[in-house]
Design a protein around this ligand. Structure first.
Ligand code: PLP
Length: 455
């Protein structure tokens, strides 16, 4: 731990003076929590107060905090080879790329970057270049979904379907189109979930056809929309999406930045649906966020097209100084070994079922409209009126989160960023959480909802 011996008031005043926080409005009334240390699923602030981190940071500390083995893996690598660019090669990157193939269960070639946004940017460039090099010169467009998030950089933000993240930063990159997500909870009355999901998938095909299939390069989607409100598709949706992409020569990019590495109850989110993506992007759980690292996994046949150097610039001219840093790769490899040794993918699935069953017990509460789960990701959609499904106001959502925090439980929400629908509380504790941790989440959340929010 970094020992500053600093009083929290002084730390907060220095924080306010020098630090610019991510996606958080400045608030005089609500100072930031200053974390000092963490172990397992628990974080301790500089005043010594403990919180259960029901969001694993930003859905990323999959193996939990305080893993000495991860620190050692990075430390040892930093001593032997702290850096070498991946314009050439090094063993930690080779071994991790091999391990990722084993986890993906298919043949992919791996390009390393540092963040989820960068992994998606690399994917977009690969798609455009690939389509050109196979003679599909006009295939430059991407189709994504409203409510999906794909990152902060111009391309990744353009793919994002959350209007309020884009305000005041536009115009963004051209060529990104959006369709509605398969939000089954809000499907029209009289439609079955399957029918509704097929209609939502059909929007993708309609968009491809209307745009001119020969202009569309790829579809990008998360297996389930996570930060946009935990929107879980039906199997028929994913089957149909895959079929549509194949039929029209459109590549399928699956963004596993949150769903990857056990978060979905399987090694990768798309494994739940039997989908075979052309490109898989990943970050967060790859190192359990102990160090920055991300990857763009590309099906071998696509990579082959970049081997052809006969025309000018046939290789991928994308460089990333820090991407695939040896210490981050060594740590990532150890992280995956820990998940295997401790069966954390299976554990996450079990805990997810328990959490979801417990939270579903609150469906009688007047504010709880829906409870949705995918592995160890659960969303609780809050409504002001169960009959009309009118979203609960943001003040209610924020009030419940603040009350949980006062009782030592950190939970999340789908940002202040999804126009009109900022009403989904999110739960994604570490996969290595104990049974008691999950019970603490359920007890604390139930106590909060049945307290002042019961009226
Ligand atoms: N894709 C998804 C699904 C995400 O949730 C995120 C971040 O939360 C990103 C991409 C971007 O990742 P990063 O913040 O590491 O750039």
């Amino acid at each position: 731990m970094l020992k500053t011996g600093m009083e929290s008031d002084l730390a907060i005043s220095k924080d306010r003076k020098y630090l610019w926080h991510h996606i958080s409005p400045y608030s005089e009334a609500n100072p930031p929590m200053i974390a000092a240390s963490a172990s397992g699923s628990w974080v301790t602030d500089i005043d010594g107060k403990k919180y259960l981190d029901g969001m694993s940071g930003l859905w990323c500390v999959n193996v939990g905090y305080g893993r000495k083995e991860l620190a050692e893996a990075a430390y040892n690598q930093l001593l032997s080879l702290p850096y070498f660019p991946l314009t050439q090669s090094h063993m930690p990157a080779i071994l991790l790329a091999e391990k990722l193939n084993e986890w993906l269960g298919d043949e992919y070639v791996i390009f390393f970057s540092n963040s989820g946004s960068e992994a998606n940017e690399a994917a977009f460039k690969m798609v455009r270049q690939y389509q050109q090099q196979i003679g599909q010169h006009y295939r430059h467009k991407f189709i994504a979904r409203y409510r999906g998030y794909h990152g902060n950089s111009f391309g990744a933000l353009s793919a994002t379907g959350q209007a309020q993240r884009k305000y005041k930063y536009e115009p963004l990159s051209g060529g990104f189109l959006h369709v509605a997500p398969p939000d089954s909870y809000r499907r029209p009355a009289g439609q079955s979930v399957e029918e509704f999901n097929l209609l939502m998938a059909q929007q993708i095909e309609d968009t491809i056809v209307w745009e001119g299939a020969e202009t569309v390069g790829a579809v990008i989607m998360e297996p389930v929309i996570t930060g946009g409100g935990v929107i879980v598709p039906h199997q028929v949706y994913m089957d149909r999406v895959q079929e549509i992409c194949k039929k029209h020569g459109v590549l399928l990019i699956i963004d596993e930045v949150i769903c990857g590495f056990g978060r979905s109850g399987r090694r990768f989110g798309h494994h739940n649906f039997g989908v075979k993506p052309d490109i898989v992007t990943m970050a967060k759980g790859l190192t359990s966020a102990y160090l920055p690292l991300s990857a763009t996994a590309v099906r071998k046949e696509i990579y082959e097209v970049f081997k052809d150097n006969s025309d000018d610039y046939g290789y991928f001219r994308h460089i990333n100084t820090f991407g695939g840093n040896p210490a981050a790769c060594a740590l990532g490899l150890r992280n995956l070994e820990i998940m295997e040794q401790e069966n954390l993918v299976e554990r996450g699935d079990l805990l997810g079922k328990r959490l979801s069953a417990g939270l579903s017990g609150l469906l009688d509460h007047k504010l709880v409209g829906d409870v949705r789960s995918f592995g160890l990701i659960t969303g609780v959609e809050l409504v002001a009126d169960k009959a009309t499904k009118e979203p609960a106001p943001l003040d209610t959502v924020k009030g419940i989160i603040a009350d949980c925090k006062a009782k030592g439980l950190i939970i999340g929400k789908n940002g202040d960023t999804v126009a009109g629908f900022n009403n989904v509380l999110t739960f994604a504790p570490p996969l290595a959480s104990t049974d008691e941790d999950i019970q603490f989440i359920l007890d604390t959340f139930t106590e909060v909802l049945n307290g002042s929010w019961a009226k």
